[in-house]
Design a protein around this ligand. Sequence first.
Ligand code: F3S
Length: 420
Amino acid sequence: MLDGREGKARQKAMDLLVRYGEALGAERFVDTTNVAGVPAYYSPVLLDYYKVTPDDAYDVIYSRFDLDSDEVVEVPRVMVNSCALQGGVDAEGWKTLGKNYDALRMSEQSESASAARGVRILKTCTPYLAGNVPKQGEHCAWMESSAVVYCNSVLGARTNTEGRESTSAAMLTGKIPDYGFHRDDFRVATHHIQVEVPVESMLDWGMLGYFIGAEVGERIPVVTGRIGRPDLIRHKHFGAAAASSGGVEMYHLVGVTPEAETLEQALGARLPLEFIPYGKAEQRRTYEELNSKARDTNVDFVMLGCPHAALEQLREIAGLLDGKRLSENCKLWVFTSRAIKVEAEASGYVGVIRAAGGVVLTDTCSSIAQAVPPGTKVVALDSAKQTHYLPAIMGIQAWFGTTADCINAALTGRWNGRAP
Ligand code: F3S
């Protein structure tokens, strides 16, 4: 490929991957069969910089920006299973998000050009809920920190947190450097967390993840103690939180996750660098920290679905809203993937949320789209990850609590959440 025998675009992609692999100190590539990225995603800045329109931008942006090539090459079909992750616009709810028609057109044009080259248009940060579920041991090349930590930890597949450039190159070559989480020795735990309080609800798991990320940074935690058997949604919130307060890309839960049948296995028969207890005091401190960015108990916006909501979460939200109306002073946006929205519509959940005055949106979220309802001062959230980012991005106050706390705020316009 590097010789150009498989075409110019694959040559450019391989050139980028060779440079990337050399910078990492990798000695070889692995074959990847599952790539998740944002190939040639258009933005006004990129269109302006390269002096192109949405109609003729794909090859230019893919070549020059994604593949770091001076030459514009014709981008062929992808070589391996590839999907497009979240973007900044919901094709149906773009007006709700305050986006203009130009933004919609840009998003649609880059999407259809990707689809024409074989990319699956999932448009979500939870590809594993939308039909892309790699198998244990499969080498992937994924972007999106919350998806990466789920891929490594829960599914036992293997990926580093890739970037737009490396994923776009991997889509054309089916290769990624053999480095980091692709290698057995990199996947063992370094820090032992002992949980001394029951961790059960989604809120509990979000707080535990937030605590651990802040403690271990980019290292790999193994968790023992009172953790029960978390479901998919708890894993999703735990990993996303740990990847936002820190840079956790993989965790082990002893007796739960696939590479941690025992503590010894998770640690690779080594001693942990650090032993960290998580008890009542740590839990309370984490709750207080997550709620440290709010003062005003009047809530004008509730945002749910970070990472994008699973069907069970939409069912819970619909159940809490059934037959009720939102406060006139409060808006409710629930984010999910297109695939899950179709299921939720068929199940009647979207109709119930709409009847109460809420909106179900796809493809993006408030942080990525930098969008909240006009005039928002105070938001309520059930995601530690979104609580970490949204107040800083939008300059608003944020309360953190359970999904029920948030729906209660949407119905009353007031925050009444309490520490667990
Ligand atoms: Fe997804 Fe946005 Fe959260 S992209 S993980 S909903 S910050």
